[in-house]
Design a protein around this ligand. Sequence first.
Ligand code: PLP
Length: 450
Amino acid sequence: FTPEKYQSLGYNRVLEIHKEHLSPVVTAFFQKPLLLHQGHMEWLFDAEGNRYLDFFSGIVTVSVGHCHPKVNAAAQKQLGRLWHTSSIFFHAPIHEYAEKLAALLPEPLKVIFLVNSGSEANDLAMLMARAHSNNTDIISFRGAYHGCSPYTLGLTNVGTYKMELPGGIGCQSTMCPDVFRGPWGGSHCRDSPVQTVRKCSCAPDCCQAKDQYIEQFKDTLSTSVAKSIAGFFAEPIQGVNGVVQYPKGFLKEAFELVRARGGVCIADEVQTGFGRLGSHFWGFQTHDVLPDIVTMAKGIGNGFPMAAVITTPEIAKSLAQCLQHFNTFGGNPLACVVGSAVLEVIKEENLQENSREVGTYMLLKFAKLQDEFEIVGDVRGKGLMIGIEMVQDKKSRQPLPREEVNQIHEDCKNMGLLVGKGGIFAQTFRIAPPMCITKPEADFAVEVFR
Ligand code: PLP
């Protein structure tokens, strides 16, 4: 439908089409859903010609900007040459991409499996963990989101996305070391620029909360998965759960505990990878850990449906001994040229550095709002992955009622700013714009919130 056709149909008819053929829950995100027509870098345009600053990037996905000219040009060139060959054939884009992507990961993470979505990547990582460890049980945090395939639903533990599967699939949840909401919350021992202006309430080495959470983690290991741990999945910062950060040092100790029991450690970089966190290219690097398997999607293709799993030669070999892994679309030529162009743009335009600089600038401005307003309970995150948690008051930390959060969300949209929501009560605003945003645009977002 052209914008003119959209307008002549009328909004209500479009809504009917959507509800009838696509999804009955269409109104969940905005009271009046947007009819989007066009995107350019950090901007989106609706069918009526209104423009919006996209501070959620199509769910933390448009890493380098909507319809980035360089990515478009690479895709267009490849469209006229070869769209598809299944993975049984060789083609130049896949080899070029494999070399570029592998160069961004430390040894021994050098074997790449190209797939199509984050859920599929995590499914495959689960298979690898089981094949390599010869064990079955996988652990993930409460509040984690790792996908919505039947397998990854066992790992996902947040709000309405969680589903108890009959019979289970050997996944156990463990307490999330949530620095703000957990039982030992309130301390500020997390890796966020906001902590430079906040006084830490922990012991000098910032480890009280971490130690308590580690005890809980040990408890899960010894009670739930005592005989058979295959792997541990963690997002370096939880995205869907509302940009939840762990105490510094937690992940490092948790990885050691898992490995001591024969399990493998998986970093789910679906939201945190590709420079979004600013200080490092990968989220796991911010925790000073080296995972055995890294999964990635979303920002990898700037919105093109592609994903990857990267692991060690040993784990890849264990998988190969169990099955021949194959999928039709993974690593198709179009996806590979898009992926290569995205990596080039991130480098050429210094987007990781821009994430660090503009992200830190914006975080500190949001932190001031936290000082000004009783309903801003917490401001956290790193680079361009920011969470603003809304509460009724700072003392009780009760989440702000859903209707009020939704109203703020809607008001932001009406003022030209699109942001996300997350957390178990959808009480946290999530800010994750394309990494090309500027400081004046960050100022605009902060002022809209104010
Ligand atoms: N892992 C994380 C951390 C995610 O945030 C998501 C999606 O939001 C997924 C996995 C699943 O990715 P996909 O929606 O591409 O299947």
